[in-house]
Structure formats: structure tokens, C-alpha cells
Design a protein around this ligand. Sequence first.
Ligand SMILES: [Zn+2]
Ligand SMILES: [Zn+2]
Length: 422
Amino acid sequence: MTSDAVQSCPVADAHRRLMDCHTQWHTLHDSYLDPDGFRLNLNALVPNLRNVTWLLQKQKAVIPDFATWYPEFQEACKKSEIMGWVVKSRNRITKESDLELLSSCQVIWTRNWLQRVEGTATFPPRMSTPEIIHALRHSNTPPVGLITVRRKWVDKALPGWELLAATAEAFSWLSQILWRAHQAFGVERCDLADRSIECVTSALHGTLARLPCMHLAQSELQAHFTMSGGVVEEEFEHFDPDPETLEAAGERYGELKFPESGPIENVPGFMSMARVMTQKDGHHGTFAFLYNGETVVATQELRFNDQDTKMLSFEGIADLVESTRADGVVIISESWLAIPTKKEKELKTIFFPARDRLDRMEGITVYAATRDGRQAELLSIIERGPNGEASCGEPVEVSFTSGANTLTPIRRKWEDMEKRGL
Ligand SMILES: [Zn+2]
Ligand SMILES: [Zn+2]
């Protein structure tokens, strides 16, 4: 039987150790610019990550059905590059030597949606991201596009992973297995006390999604700037379509039916909502819904005022795709549409962004894409009345007039996740 009431922790030693790991992860993050501090904190965190499963196994005699579900987890672990790395690294740290840590700085130049160059620059580990940006601005960086600077600590034995991401990934695996152990006892919430850092609680998760605090902390390690406009901030508005929000929306827009299937199937449902809202408000923002199967795992409102911040917003969505393990996305936006000229049709490209063209049209687009390669898009053209009032035409199926570019960072991320076995 499961219950929402707080019950005493059935695997307290292992669970407490996992909470220690959460605290230590933040300490590791805080010491990112201090090479000795980083090595010291990593040497403390990795063995503790390893100990969580040992402490759990010590109690196997009393954990219900342990012999049935635990081997499944072990099998999955064997296939995970990260969990394998935790085991090997723990042995190296305690018996042999330090991990071979390399500090590097990744510099990504995004000229436009399709042209993106990644490079590695060498800066002293103690140099902060603003200092690196200052140095780059006075070097030979290209004068257009967006530059992203990302600090990185990497272990030579795990070259494809930044170490905060790797340890956050290991944490998610362990949180999932302890969640399973609590389920075996029928315990939804246990009584272990919260720690002094606000996010360190006894809550456990049944999925491999990263903790929001870890996702945010990681994004602090990067900064973006344009040669013309200086540092660009990522601007995200988190919103939850919770019952209250939906009720308030219901009062404003009348009955809105939130579509409840997978991303591709939901495109028509989102389009009917968007048309109602646009006709009422006169405009529509840009929203992203991230899915895992048919479950919405994250929602985000995107705000951008030029091409660079737009690219940045969608790069941010791509990072969120990895953190939440999303395998589908739906984007709803109001945008300018370009009617391609004959030449552009021939070359299958658009020379000028739609918003800069005299013959531009306004429309609502809803488009979806999944990791397994499915996609769908609907377009509704907006006609304006004399006072700017919006009237949204019948939706038509189109094939990625506006979605093609913005989905590029997300598709790139899915390919990258594939390579890293995620
Ligand atoms: Zn517990
Ligand atoms: Zn946290």
C-alpha cells in the first residue's frame, strides 16, 4: 500500500548518504574555479556516490522483492558509461591516485542556425568566465553571431562528459534506485530531515531527469556574448500549466482543452488553444512543451528580441531536453512568415529573415518533433482588422516553414545524447 503520509525511512543509511552526495555536488560546483578545491571535493563525492548502492545492498535481506528488481538496475548500470566510471574512479581515488583532471574552456561560435563552430581554448583554470570573455573580445573573434564560453572540467578517462554533468547523472541513477527501494516498502515520502541547503531534501525521483537545481547550476558555468552587443543573458520564464493557471485561463478564454496525448498528436489541440488565445489577446508568446513519451516534463516561455537571443533561447531548450530526458517537443509561436521568391525556392533557402521583408505575413505556428524522427506542423495565418484585432485562419498542414531552424539545436542535442548512450 502506498501513502502520501511521511513514513520512517526504510533505507536510512543509503538515503542519508545520497543526500550527502547532493550537498557535496553543490560544494563541487562552488569550487569550480579553484583547481585544488575542485579535486578535493571530487575525491570526496565520487566514493560517496559509490557507497550509496553498497549501503543499500547491506539491507537486501529486509527489502521486499530485492532479488527481483535490483538485478534489473544492476544490468542497466553495467550499460551506463557513467555508472561504470563511478566504480572505476572510486577505486582509482581510494587505492591508486587522483583522477587525471583537465580544465578547458569550450568556445562556441554560432553564426546562424546552421553554422556553428566549436573550439577549445586554453585559459588558466582560475580565470572566471567574465575574464575569459574580456580576453576573447580583445582577440580575433569573428564580428558576427553569438559566442558561448563554457568552462569545463573533464577526467581523461571520461572525455565526453563535463564532470558536474557526469556526477549529476550518477546522482539521478542513485536517486531512481532509492526511489524504487522506497516503493518496495510502500513509502512515498520518508522522514529524513531537510538539509541547510534548500534543495537538499529527502524527495526521490522515479526517472533519470536531473534535479532542476543541478540543471541551473550547470548553466551558470557558461556565458554568451555578441561582438556587437556585449553579454547576452538567457531569459526564461518558467510556467506550470497547473490546475490554478488552467482555471484562470478558463475564465479568460472560456473552456480550453489541454491536449493530453503525445507531442505529434497534440499539435491540432495546441493549435486550437493558440487560436482562441490569439483572438482574445491579439498576440501569442512563444512556448515550449517538452515531453517524455506522453508526459510533459518541462514547460517554458521563451523571450527573445533578436536573432542572437532567439538562437540562445533554443540552445537553452536543447540543454533542458537533456536534463529532463525529453524525447519530444512542441513549440507554439506567433511569427513572421516569408513567402520564398523563385530563386529562394530553387536554392531551398531564405536570404532575408521574414521579419525584414515587405511581403511578410503573420501567423501562428505549432510544430512538434520527436527523437525518433517524427514531425508535424500546423500554420494559421493571422488577418488583422482595422484596430489590429486578430482573426486566425483555418490551420493548414505545412512542412516546417518556421520550425526547421529552431529545432536544429534540439536535434543536435539528441544526436549528441545518442553518442553518449543517453
Ligand atoms: Zn528515505
Ligand atoms: Zn540542489
